[in-house]
Design a protein around this ligand. Structure first.
Ligand code: NAP
Length: 157
């Protein structure tokens, strides 16, 4: 199970250069965001992005757009003056478990699970799902297979 990765912006600065080793000492996986490709932070994964360039920041953050969208919604809810509880379910295992048997029974054929490449996945769903949803799922499933959905990051205090 992978632990969540923490993106440190300003990683080359006064705060960032102290924060990166402090997080590492706690066993946190750190990704350092740097502006200048040649000016990297040693010992951690680096990503080049500029805070004035929204696209580069989005690419440096989670590569999974649905997660970024969820984060925006959660941030909005946090700012509302209402009591709230946010649940962060990942893909429901029960839904998948039901598929082969249900489908096998309905079709009269043995249905088995086969892993497919992202290209095959996209090809199979092209025209079935809208493009935005398909593109999101193409980020979602590799995210699951990397084990990144195996835990939920703690809610910030
Ligand atoms: N240090 C303090 O005592 C203190 C106190 C209160 C508040 N703060 C605030 O805390 C923040 C960090 O402070 P600091 O002392 O660590 O600052 P710093 O040493 O000046 O470092 C700034 C960091 O931000 C990066 N950066 C600047 N513009 C950027 C951009 N457009 N896109 C991406 N990265 C950018 C810099 O990258 P480059 O290496 O590429 O320049 C550098 O890593 C600042 O907002 C500061 O105002 C600091």
């Amino acid at each position: 199970m992978n632990q969540p990765t923490v993106l440190v912006t300003g990683a080359t600065g006064t705060v960032g250069s102290a924060l990166v080793p402090a997080l590492q000492a706690r066993g946190v996986t750190v990704r350092a965001m740097v502006r200048i490709p040649g000016r990297t932070v040693p010992g951690v994964q680096n990503v080049v992005a500029d805070l004035t360039d929204a696209e580069s920041v989005a690419a440096a953050d989670s590569p999974v757009r649905f997660l970024r969208w969820h984060a925006q919604v959660e941030e909005h809810v946090r700012r509302l003056d209402v009591e709230h509880t946010i649940l962060r379910p990942n893909l429901y295992m029960q839904a998948l478990l039901g598929f082969p048997a249900a489908l096998s029974q309905a079709s009269g054929r043995t249905i088995v699970f086969r892993d497919v490449s992202p290209d095959q996945f996209a090809e199979g769903l092209a025209g079935v799902l809208p493009r935005w949803q398909l593109d999101g799922l193409l980020e979602d499933y590799p995210h699951y297979s990397r084990g990144e959905a195996g835990s939920t990051p703690p809610w910030p205090n």
